[in-house]
Design a protein around this ligand. Structure first.
Ligand SMILES: NC(=O)c1ccc[n+]([C@@H]2O[C@H](COP(=O)([O-])OP(=O)(O)OC[C@H]3O[C@@H](n4cnc5c(N)ncnc54)[C@H](OP(=O)(O)O)[C@@H]3O)[C@@H](O)[C@H]2O)c1
Length: 283
């Protein structure tokens, strides 16, 4: 890799991607971002901006030309269209770091079918090296509750007892940056989680403690959740997700030490994440 590596970042305007951009710039990399709307991207001036779309492989190949490595997130809930994009990337860069999901490993009989395992399989069949950053549930997913928190003291979700090892987006970005800048991470799959597994009702309690309020979780009727989630992610993915959450009541997501092993610092707690985002719950 060049002494000042050129790294292409997709999803650079997103929650994780912005932090990947910052981390790469601090690490001395030349950062190029692939963004759909350069004018609205509001990225640091040191980052080069290439206009492109992950549904238009030719724009991806153009943006990746001359880069050493790329950070790839795949938007959406199906892998349709991912193959030509990954071909376009791996035709240009030697190393990919892909933001995937711990959830795909849940079934001990093999990877859970769906977008994450499909995209990983395409990458595995492609030339070059890759690192998979398999994320636990994003702590940021709980911002879905922000409106309810602002409106009252009861937060509704399906399966309040479901246990998740929620991870701070900063930790995901820290792991990704290491994997982009240090090829010793090539060929590895990390499961990046928070330091503990918390049930949804405990997550609500933590939000309340940080805000200085007494909040409580309440089970949402499944039909209502199904309708809401289907609207957000499509019926198939919503159904898979509800089944996944149901399973987490008796068997919470596992906790790993991969964040610390890769970055040298312990994973940030959910409480830290809530403190960092308290303003979004206060409105
Ligand atoms: N939520 C979870 O619990 C979880 C768990 C595991 C893995 N993941 C993965 O994490 C990723 C989401 O990360 P995030 O939360 O940081 O993202 P985010 O904040 O939702 O932002 C999405 C990013 O993707 C970009 N994007 C969307 N469609 C695009 C397209 N067609 N072409 C180019 N760019 C496009 C957006 O750019 P614009 O500014 O143009 O919109 C934005 O930068 C997904 O791939 C998801 O599968 C999530």
């Amino acid at each position: 890799m060049a002494s000042r590596p050129i790294v292409l970042v997709t999803g650079a305007t997103g929650r994780v991607g912005r932090l990947v951009v910052d981390g790469l710039l601090s690490g001395g990399a030349h950062v190029r971002t692939l963004v759909r709307s350069p004018q609205a991207s509001n990225l640091p001036p040191q980052a080069e901006v290439a206009q492109g779309d992950l549904h238009e492989p030719a724009t991806v190949a153009k943006a990746a030309a001359g880069a050493d490595a790329a950070f790839l997130l795949w938007p959406g809930f199906s892998a349709a269209g991912a193959e030509p994009v990954i071909e376009a990337l791996t035709g240009q860069v030697a190393h990919l770091v892909h933001l995937s999901a711990a959830r795909l490993q849940r079934d001990e009989h093999g990877p859970m079918p769906g977008v994450w395992s499909d995209v990983e399989s395409i990458i595995e069949r492609s030339p070059g090296t890759a690192t998979f950053v398999r994320s636990g549930g994003f702590a940021a997913n709980t911002l879905e509750w922000a409106e309810q928190v602002r409106a009252g003291d009861v937060v509704r979700m399906p399966y309040p007892g479901a246990g998740r090892s929620l991870v701070h987006e900063r930790d995901l970005a820290d792991v990704a940056v290491r994997a982009l800048l240090d090829r010793r991470h090539a060929g590895r799959a990390y499961v990046a989680t928070g330091p503990e597994s918390l049930s949804c009702q405990d997550q609500v309690r933590v939000i309340g403690e940080v805000l200085g309020r007494r909040l409580r979780a309440q089970a949402q009727p499944l039909e209502q959740a199904r309708e809401q989630w289907s609207g957000l992610m499509g019926a198939t993915f919503a159904e898979q997700s509800l089944a996944y959450w149901a399973g987490l009541v008796d068997e919470p997501e596992r906790v790993t030490t991969d964040v610390e092993a890769v970055t040298g610092h312990p994973a940030r707690s959910y409480e830290t994440w809530v403190r960092d985002h308290a303003g979004e719950f206060r409105g």
